[in-house]
Unconditional design. Structure first.
Length: 146
């Protein structure tokens, strides 16, 4: 079910990204995400390694890692939340990297709790000028003691 994405057609990933990110961030105007689509399509996805969870030819979730450690995206179709897809994708990536970092909006409590439960710890915070919302910088290390 999990495999690396080698397809140049990013349309399925972009559609899932937009659906998932607007669902997960109701505190941010949907227009911001729509305006960010070109950046995700033209810059982010081409420079990342991406793995997908696919069922019957439909992408249900994906995770992308940039620069061998920055989890820039973990998105699961809202209808598929709670089925273990996000956990499986993250565990898949953790097997391939010694250190992972990510940034998550502080108001996205579901995501903060999810990452914390999977061993990520808050290292710092940041202010996102574009959205006017604070984020947590979180880190996971393979050999850390919980």
């Amino acid at each position: 079910m999990i495999h690396e994405w080698h397809n140049n057609d990013t349309a399925p990933l972009l559609a899932l990204w937009l659906e998932s990110t607007t669902f997960a961030h109701p505190f941010i105007d949907e227009k911001y995400w729509q305006e960010s689509e070109a950046l995700v399509r033209d810059v982010y996805l081409p420079s990342a390694s991406t793995w997908v969870w696919e069922e019957d030819g439909v992408v249900q979730g994906f995770i992308s890692v940039m620069e061998s450690q920055f989890v820039g995206a973990l998105f699961v179709r809202p209808a598929a939340l709670g089925k273990g897809i996000g956990r499986a994708l993250l565990e898949h990536v953790k097997q391939r990297h010694e250190v992972l970092r990510l940034e998550v909006y502080q108001k996205n409590g579901r995501a903060v709790n999810f990452y914390h439960a999977l061993g990520f710890r808050i290292e710092d915070s940041a202010w996102q000028e574009e959205t006017h919302h604070p984020t947590w910088i979180m880190r996971w290390q393979a050999d850390q003691t919980l």
